[in-house]
Design a protein around this ligand. Sequence first.
Ligand SMILES: [Zn+2]
Length: 256
Amino acid sequence: MNLNDDLLLRYSRHILLPDVGVAGQTRIAEASVLIVGAGGLGCPVALYLGAAGVGRLLLADGDAVDLTNLQRQIGHTTAAIGMNKADSLAHSVRAINPEIDVRPIREALSGAGLQRVVAEVDLVVDASDNFATRHAINRACVQFGKPLVSGAAIGFSGQLAVFDSARAESPCYHCLFPDHADEPELRCAEAGVFAPLVGVIGTMQAMEALKYLAHAGVPLVGRLLLWDGLRTEARVMKVPRDPACPVCGQATLQAG
Ligand SMILES: [Zn+2]
């Protein structure tokens, strides 16, 4: 990528950072990222990745904007009620940064469609809200060796982790959260969610994604961050790879 004068100005506060610089900003500009979910987490992720100049953003969501979303899903406006969320968020990202390519995918990605899109991007951000989607995204990321920035938020609490199955020490999502299809799932629609919580977790997902793309700092790989918003406390715990994991374990990968 050639950074012309306008782009040098637009990204100047990144370029000033020794950990980013022109080289890091160029890597960000040449990257493509899939964000699954254009809700509470997906909005801040997409707004920051778009503003920061990720060259190609794919936003996937099959839902329409609803009045109950607007308390926290900051990429959508009252005028967008009824509009597909991926379309609405793409519109907001383009208004901030018309220099990048933003492609809405107006469906809840799954199966072969999910695999096809994961295969073509450099990094995936899981901003979805259910276990089935999280596990499907994880399987596709392990299959194609793509880094995955995973976040979740409910009530006043959230969690964050980065998985990179290309690194021997990295667990995958399934190593931490084995599939229990019969486990009841907490949903924002029933449990509630504090508005800025999704901003905190989504913004940290954007931070990890941009760090990863720019090769800046130390990614949150092999660690899980737990955020308690009511007490304003964060805990980071080490999480190992599970050698017997049915998704990323050696036996599975060799068989596949
Ligand atoms: Zn695993």
